[in-house]
Ligand binder design. Structure first.
Ligand SMILES: [Zn+2]
Length: 437
C-alpha cells in the first residue's frame, strides 16, 4: 500500500531530515534586518534542482524593507509530474526572529541532543520547512519506484519576512500570481502548530494609534493648559471599565487556541505622553510643562463574527463618550494596519486529506484550531484568493521565539509522513501502486 511505502520512505530519510534542518538553522536569516536570505534560498534551491525541481529565486523588488543591503529573496521550486493534475504547495517562511537572551545552546549551531534539534528557527519554522522537503522527496521517489506516473505537481517555497508581515514574501508572490487558484489548488503552511493539530486560519487584526491633544503651559500653573495625559487616562479608564468587558463577552465559533483567545482581545501596545525623553535618560531635570499630547497604540484582535467596521466603530464610540464627559477633549485616531480574519472550512480538500493522514500515521483524531495571531495564510486568502489552505507542521507552538527553541526529530518524521500521505491523496495518486502488491 502506498501509505505504508510512504511512511517507510520518510523513516529511511530520518538522518537526511536531521541534516537538512541543521543546515537551515546554521544560516542565520534574522529578521529584522533580513540577513542571509539569498544564501538560504540558494542552498535549498540547489538541493531541490538536483532532485528534479524547477527552481526560481524571486526577489521582492520594491517591497516593504527590500533594499540593496537586505534584498528580500524568495525560493519557489516546482516538481511537475508527467500527468496533469492539481498542484499542492508547501509554503514556509525562512526568516527567524532575533535570538534574545537566555540561551544555553548556540542559537545557530543546530545541536542535536536527546532527539531534539536546537536553534533559532528550529521550531518556527525551519523544522517544518525541512519536513516538507523530505515529504515531497520521499513521495516523488516512492511513486517513481512504483512505476506509477506522477500526477499533478508539488511546489515548495521558502519565503521572506513572515515575522514582519510577509510583504517581501508571500504577499509579493501572491501579487505576482504565484498563489492564484489556476496555478495552485492546495496549500499547506508547515508552521509549528503541533503535529496532531490542523490550523484552519486566524483572527483578524486592527492596529491604530490614538492621540489625545492638550495645550502646553507651565507646570506650576497646570490650570492654564490642558493635560493630554489626563485625557488619555480617561480613555484608558473607559477601555478598562466598558470596552474590555464587552470584548470578553464576545464568543466565536472559531476554535481559537489557547482557550483565552476565543474572544475578542485588545492590547495597549505602548503609551507616550508629554515631552520626548532623552534615550540615555535625563542628565538634568525635565522642563515643567503640561503635556500637550499623549499617544497609545492599540492592537485589537477580532473574530470572524465581527466586521472591521464594527471594530473601528466601537473605538470611535468610546472616544465620543469620553468627549462628552470632558471639556477641551480633542483626539485623533490613526489606523495603522488591518488584517481580515480567515478560516478554511473543515470540509475543504486539504483539511480532509491532512486529517485522514494524521489518523493513518498517529491513529488519532486531529484537533482543528485557529491561531490567535496571523501568519502568511492572510495573503494567500486575500491576495491569492485561495481558500483551500491550512497550517500544519511539527514543533510546539509555545516554543516559538523562545530561548533554546527546539524541534523534536520524531515529531518532524511523523509530520513529514502526514504531509507525504496527504499529498498523495490530494494529487490523486493510486493508493495501491502495482509494485506494492
Ligand atoms: Zn512562523
Amino acid at each position: 500500500m502506498l501509505t505504508e511505502l510512504l511512511k517507510q520512505a520518510v523513516e529511511q530519510r530520518r538522518d537526511e531530515l536531521i541534516a537538512l534542518t541543521q543546515e537551515l538553522i546554521r544560516v542565520p536569516t534574522i529578521n529584522p534586518p533580513g540577513d542571509c536570505y539569498l544564501d538560504l534560498c540558494q542552498r535549498l534551491g540547489d538541493r531541490l534542482e538536483s532532485r528534479g525541481f524547477m527552481v526560481e529565486l524571486v526577489r521582492a523588488e520594491g517591497a516593504l524593507a527590500d533594499s540593496a543591503a537586505h534584498p528580500r529573496w524568495n525560493l519557489v521550486a516546482r516538481f511537475q509530474g508527467q500527468e496533469p493534475g492539481d498542484c499542492l504547495h508547501f509554503n514556509s517562511h525562512h526568516d527567524v526572529v532575533e535570538t534574545g537572551h537566555g540561551w544555553t545552546k548556540d542559537p545557530f549551531g543546530g545541536e542535536l541532543k536527546d532527539g531534539r534539534i536546537y536553534g533559532r528557527g528550529a521550531c518556527d519554522m525551519k523544522g517544518g520547512l525541512a519536513a516538507s522537503v523530505i515529504a515531497a522527496e520521499a513521495l516523488i521517489a516512492t511513486v517513481e519506484d512504483s512505476g506509477q506516473a506522477f500526477r499533478g505537481s508539488i511546489e515548495i517555497s521558502a519565503t521572506a519576512d513572515e515575522e514582519s508581515g510577509g510583504y517581501g514574501g508571500v504577499a509579493y508572490l501572491a501579487e505576482q500570481g504565484y498563489f492564484s487558484p489556476d496555478r495552485v489548488q492546495h496549500v499547506i503552511i508547515p508552521e509549528p502548530l503541533n503535529k496532531d493539530r490542523i490550523c484552519l486560519g486566524h483572527r483578524g487584526v486592527w492596529w491604530a494609534e490614538i492621540e489625545t491633544k492638550g495645550r502646553i503651559a507651565h507646570g506650576s500653573m497646570p490650570f492654564l493648559g490642558t493635560c493630554a495625559v489626563r485625557h488619555m487616562g480617561a480613555v484608558l479608564a473607559e477601555i478598562e471599565t466598558h470596552l474590555l468587558p464587552l470584548l470578553a463577552s464576545k464568543s466565536t465559533a472559531m476554535p481559537v487556541v489557547p482557550e483565552s483567545a476565543k474572544q475578542s482581545t485588545l492590547n495597549i501596545n505602548s503609551i507616550h505622553g508629554g515631552e520626548a525623553e532623552p534615550e540615555e535618560g535625563y542628565t538634568g531635570f525635565p522642563s515643567p510643562c503640561v503635556p500637550d499630547r499623549c499617544r497609545i497604540i492599540i492592537d485589537r484582535r477580532f473574530l470572524i463574527e465581527e466586521s472591521l467596521e464594527e471594530v473601528k466603530a466601537e473605538i470611535s464610540a468610546l472616544m465620543e463618550r469620553v468627549r462628552v464627559q470632558r471639556p477641551d477633549f480633542e483626539y485623533e485616531i490613526k489606523p495603522l494596519h488591518e488584517v481580515q480574519p480567515s478560516m478554511t472550512p473543515q470540509d475543504a480538500p486539504v483539511v480532509e486529506a491532512v486529517a485522514d493522514a494524521i489518523q493513518q500515521v498517529m491513529g488519532l483524531e486531529p484537533a482543528f484550531v485557529v491561531s490567535p495571531g496571523t501568519y502568511d495564510q492572510k495573503h494567500i486568502d486575500r491576495i491569492g484568493k485561495l481558500k483551500n489552505c491550512i497550517a500544519y507542521g511539527p514543533g510546539i507552538l509555545e516554543l516559538a521565539h523562545q530561548p533554546d527553541e527546539w524541534v523534536g526529530v520524531d515529531d518532524m518524521v511523523q509530520s513529514a509522513q502526514v504531509m507525504a500521505i496527504a499529498a498523495a491523496q490530494l494529487l490523486g495518486l493510486d493508493p495501491e501502486p502495482p509494485s506494492s502488491l
